[in-house]
Design a protein around this ligand. Structure first.
Ligand code: CP
Length: 325
């Protein structure tokens, strides 16, 4: 029996992690030693993107290369046939190949797969069932790494916790506030869901969520997190402020009107000279966050993005351990 920090061959959800602190420590050790390994030699990873990406795409490729993996990136909707995921579809529309037919072939070509999907933001049940991810797991029979799914972004959340751990040295738990931010169009709930899910499970911080009424997240992810509707009150004494927009979960994919000004600006920061500002990126300047905040020394978004490499590398390493012959 192989000893691993994961509880599954897949990495799609915090439930697939046995030991979050162990995984964070592994990532930090890899980072400190700029550690490379040959554990992936003779194995091939497929990185499949159904949506655009910069950080996830590049960090996953660097991580895979550091582990000796052969890598093929597939921009599915541009480079290949449009896939159908509906089990009972009559394929008389734009989709050309069913996942039931394509996935077993991917299973032959690769040893593990990463996939990025996106929600429809129209059909909550379908999105929250993670149809695309579940179909790929079922029909490829390969270990699957989520590169962001319809509802969660676990590699981002792991990188976020690594970053918090690196930037906080006091003996007490840090106060971490996830704050909703404005946006010009409806965005998925996945980064916020995932961050909430990981923070609750990690239990390494006092965790507060603040958002306008109408933007409540699913309680499956927020669990017992403190929800504060007044942003100023929520930000008081914060050590870390994670800024992110999401569309409504209850009024699915909609953007209920918000009257107050929720954009984070310098004058809203708590009286804590060490407060750190986080965002998963990409970010719309002067819509979600003011440029002054993003350009200030409070902002650690570049460190977060840098840690995506070590998050991906630690996860791939723990999966590769499980599939060694
Ligand atoms: N944060 C994040 O996932 O960035 P990309 O969409 O560029 O991969």
């Amino acid at each position: 029996m192989v000893s691993t920090l994961l509880s599954s061959k897949n990495f799609t959800n915090v439930q697939d992690v046995k030991d979050i602190n162990g995984l964070v420590q592994l990532a930090l050790q890899m980072k400190a030693k700029k550690k490379k390994s040959k554990i992936g030699a003779d194995k091939r990873i497929g990185l499949i993107f159904l949506n655009p990406s910069m950080r996830t795409r590049i960090s996953s490729q660097i991580a895979a290369k550091n582990l000796g993996l052969d890598i093929i990136v597939l921009n599915l909707e541009k480079d290949s046939w449009l896939l159908e995921f509906n089990e009972t579809a009559i394929m008389n529309g734009s989709t050309v190949e069913h996942i039931k037919d394509a996935a077993p072939i991917l299973g032959e070509y690769f040893d593990l797969l990463g996939i990025r999907t996106f929600p429809t933001l129209k059909n909550k049940d379908e999105d929250y069932k993670e149809l695309v991810l579940q179909q790929l797991i079922k029909y490829s029979k390969l270990p699957i790494i989520s590169l962001e799914s319809a509802t969660l972004h676990p590699l981002q959340s792991l990188a976020d916790i690594i970053t918090i751990q690196e930037h906080f040295s006091l003996k007490r738990k840090p106060k971490v506030v996830l704050t909703w931010a404005p946006h010009i169009k409806p965005l998925p709930q996945c980064v916020a869901n995932s961050f909430a899910q990981w923070m609750n499970r990690w239990n390494g911080a006092d965790f507060v969520i603040t958002h306008p009424k109408g933007y409540e997240l699913s309680e499956v992810y927020t669990q017992n997190a403190q929800i504060v509707y007044d942003q100023k009150t929520a930000l008081d004494n914060a050590d870390f402020i994670y800024v992110k927009n999401w569309s409504s979960y209850n009024n699915y994919g909609q953007m209920p009107p918000v009257e107050a000004d929720w954009m984070l600006q310098l004058n809203k920061l708590p009286n804590n000279p060490k407060v750190k500002i986080m965002h998963c990126l990409p970010v719309r300047r002067n819509i979600e966050l003011s440029s002054e905040v993003l350009d200030s020394n409070h902002c650690i978004t570049t460190e977060q993005a840098k840690n995506r490499v070590w998050a991906a590398q630690s996860v791939m390493h723990e999966i590769l351990k499980q599939i060694q012959k």
